[in-house]
Design a protein around this ligand. Structure first.
Ligand code: FEO
Ligand code: CA
Ligand code: CA
Ligand code: CA
Length: 690
């Protein structure tokens, strides 16, 4: 393995290395636009709550079925939260905990997936590879919409690996395809004059995919199996919950407001214990546009557009010039049909995916399930935008055990009936100890308490009760961000993946970064978001009363260069950790270690995948397991006992490059086209990190 010293191939003056072109196509350039949250929710340090750090209700453990050989059961551990006391080098364990016994990969800028010594890797599947029978092989010069509909999509983000019952070594690989970047798809692309054929390819290249894969000594190999499926920007989906059938979502093509065409901007997700997959519709706003100089789309309230970053001007991809449903003036309600959690039953290729409006409409990074001892289902979801919020949904019905079709059908209604909450945090750290530098407070670490504020309670058949003054339940479901503003939620530094540790029940949130924290007119630093102009992000640990409304929290990691004063690694010796920046997607191994993939590393290294010890004297130890190629983001990690998969998204996506002038040739090398791909990593002589 090449261990390349920190080679400052590109220098961005300590900024995230996220390229502007990635922001344009992935997020609708959200970071160059005004922050959509203009609410004046107060600084939470001023409203210290008297919540004691009492033991939380330990709600036993119905299995949260993870995936593959690493399936971990929710068996709750000790009631006590380990103290965040620094570990001196003399007491540090000589060896990392199980699951983390590998040699850390050094920061680098290789055009390769660089893995730990002693491991092997192979690409599982790439953009353009056949998924459905009859699909042609990838041909960059001969792309068609019809071909793309039967091929693996572009820019894989989330991945889930679901064991196929009764078939050893066979899994369903379920992926999201977050966004298209035509500059890196179509030779000779003209962004001012996209063609109909390019539009047809693009709407087929986003969405989701289901591919059977077989575990072989050479990694995971795709199979033309009976579950294989592509979901695109026009696959029919059922809208459920309070938004369904309302005037907010009715269109000429769907006068009943219950059948939505497709999904896109699918970022992270989660596998449910009942065997379905949840997918988060995230940056959906920039797929809608209007011709230059168009009148404001009536009858839509401008504040409602602004709060979601939607604007009546030409969109980046210009889809509105090919299909009126993307035209804000012609079809003003169409954006109200996106921004939901989509649930896909991958075991029934004919089934319509469901959009659960009871879970709110926001820029969902993903959603992940925890099941309490009595079968109550709790879904955690983050709204990935600077100064937006953390949410959870608590079901009113109980999960039915089993993964048979009847149990799946029943359990697919769990996320329609229950209560949606948003998080408000507090801390007893004196406000004058939070100065925006990231300096640790006198108590030694950042911590506090919090409350889940109820927004809407949903019942059967879309019936619902609003719990926010001045909002109807339908308004809460469709304009959730505004209801959460009114409720007084806490503004966070871009909440991304939000996931419970199946081993301990503690819940973790990746807060990626926030270049506006502390800026004039924006929210000041607080105990959970302690740095101004936060470039490298932090990881929040929540000890949640899962079905209840109170919690305590700690910052597990304050990310960045370990040599810098403003970083914190759970109290672990900072001279012994890997640098980590811009935490994004989370996963857990069967030992209870947290795995983190990064997006936008501000430390002039490629993005990567890291393991972090959570419990015991090694708490906070952070080791880099792999790095992804130049320009790529590491996404959707799956960590089983004997195999890790990672999605490599947007390899080579640099501002000054394109498919005609590539900086990356990964994975093929030579004269090959850079292609987003899923990669498997394993060891021939043992399990991962053991
Ligand atoms: Fe698609 Fe929140 O990153
Ligand atoms: Ca992401
Ligand atoms: Ca991200
Ligand atoms: Ca995850």
């Amino acid at each position: 393995m090449a261990l390349v010293p920190l080679n400052l191939l590109v220098t961005h003056n300590g900024k995230s290395k996220r390229q502007h072109i990635t922001c344009v196509y992935k997020c609708g350039d959200a970071c160059s636009k005004p922050v959509p949250n203009t609410s004046d929710n107060e600084y939470f340090g001023d409203i210290v709550k008297a919540l004691s750090r009492r033991s939380m209700l330990r709600a036993g453990g119905i299995a949260v079925l993870a995936v593959g050989a690493g399936s971990a059961l929710a068996a709750c551990g000790s009631d006590e939260q380990p103290a965040a006391t620094p570990t001196s080098s003399s007491t540090a364990p000589a060896e990392p905990p199980p699951g983390m016994r590998f040699t850390s990969v050094a920061p680098n800028s290789e055009d390769a997936v660089v893995i730990a010594d002693g491991y092997q890797q192979a690409v599982v599947i790439s953009w353009g590879d056949p998924v459905l029978p009859g699909a042609p092989k990838f041909d960059v010069a001969g792309q068609t919409g019809a071909a793309q509909r039967a091929q693996f999509g572009f820019n894989n983000d989330f991945a889930g690996l679901l064991p196929i019952p009764g078939q050893q070594n066979r899994f369903l690989l379920v992926t999201n395809f977050e966004y298209v970047d035509p500059m890196f798809m179509f030779p000779g692309y003209d962004k001012d004059k996209p063609t109909r054929e390019q539009f047809d390819v693009e709407i087929a290249a986003v969405g989701m995919g289901v591919v059977e894969v077989e575990r072989t000594p050479q990694g995971l190999k795709p199979v033309m199996g009976r579950y294989n499926r592509r979901i695109t920007a026009d696959t029919p989906m059922t809208l459920t919950g309070p938004a369904a059938g309302t005037d907010f979502v009715k269109t000429a093509a769907d006068p009943a407001g219950r059948t939505v065409a497709g999904t896109f901007a699918n970022c992270a997700g989660g596998v449910t214990p009942w065997g379905t997959v949840l997918s988060g519709e995230e940056n959906f706003q920039d797929y809608f546009g209007a011709a230059e100089g168009s009148p404001a789309p009536a009858p839509v309230d401008a504040d409602r557009l602004d709060r979601y970053g939607i604007s009546a001007e030409p969109s980046t991809l210009l889809w509105e010039t090919f299909d009126q449903r993307f035209d804000l003036v012609a079809t003003p309600n169409e954006p109200n049909r996106f921004g939901y959690i989509v649930e896909l039953n991958p075991w029934d290729p004919a089934s319509a995916p469901v959009k659960h409006s009871a879970m709110g409409r926001l820029k969902h990074e993903g959603a992940n399930i925890y099941v309490t001892g009595d079968g109550t289902v709790v879904a955690y979801t983050g709204d990935d935008e600077r100064f937006d919020y953390m949410y959870k949904f608590v079901s009113s019905k109980k999960m039915r055990p089993g993964t048979d079709p009847a149990a799946i059908a029943y359990n697919m209604t769990l996320l329609d009936e229950g209560t949606l909450y948003v998080a408000k945090l507090s801390s007893d750290i004196p406000a004058n100890e939070i100065d925006g530098s990231g300096k640790l407070p006198s108590k030694g670490s950042f911590s506090g308490a919090g409350t889940w504020l109820p927004l809407v309670r949903s019942g059967p058949d879309g019936q619902a009760e609003s719990l926010v003054d001045g909002f109807s339940p339908q308004e809460v479901a469709v304009f959730t961000r505004m209801a959460a503003d009114k409720a007084g939620a806490t503004k966070m530094d871009r909440p991304e993946d939000f996931e419970a540790n199946p081993k301990t029940g503690k819940v973790y949130v990746a807060l990626t970064n926030n270049n506006e924290r502390g800026a004039p007119g924006e929210a000041p630093p607080d105990a959970a978001n302690p740095r101004n102009d936060n470039k490298s992000g932090q990881v929040l640990e929540i000890t949640d009363n899962h079905a209840g409304t109170d919690f305590t929290w700690d910052l597990l990691l304050v990310c960045g260069d370990p040599a810098a004063a403003d970083t914190y690694f759970g109290g672990f010796d900072k001279t012994k950790v890997s640098p980590i920046s811009c935490p994004d997607n989370l996963a857990f191994d069967s030992h209870g270690n947290l795995w983190i993939s990064t997006d936008g590393n501000a430390l002039d290294s490629n993005d990567g995948l890291f393991a972090v010890a959570l419990e015991g004297p090694g708490r906070g130890e952070t080791k880099q397991f792999l790095t992804v190629p130049l320009g790529a983001e590491a996404c959707g990690p799956v960590v089983t006992d004997d195999l890790v998969t990672v999605c490599v998204q947007h390899p080579g996506e640099y501002d000054d490059n394109s498919i005609d002038d590539p900086v990356s040739r990964w994975p093929e090398g030579g004269n090959g086209t850079a292609r987003p791909s899923v990669v498997a990593v394993w060891r021939t002589d043992g399990n991962i990190g053991v």
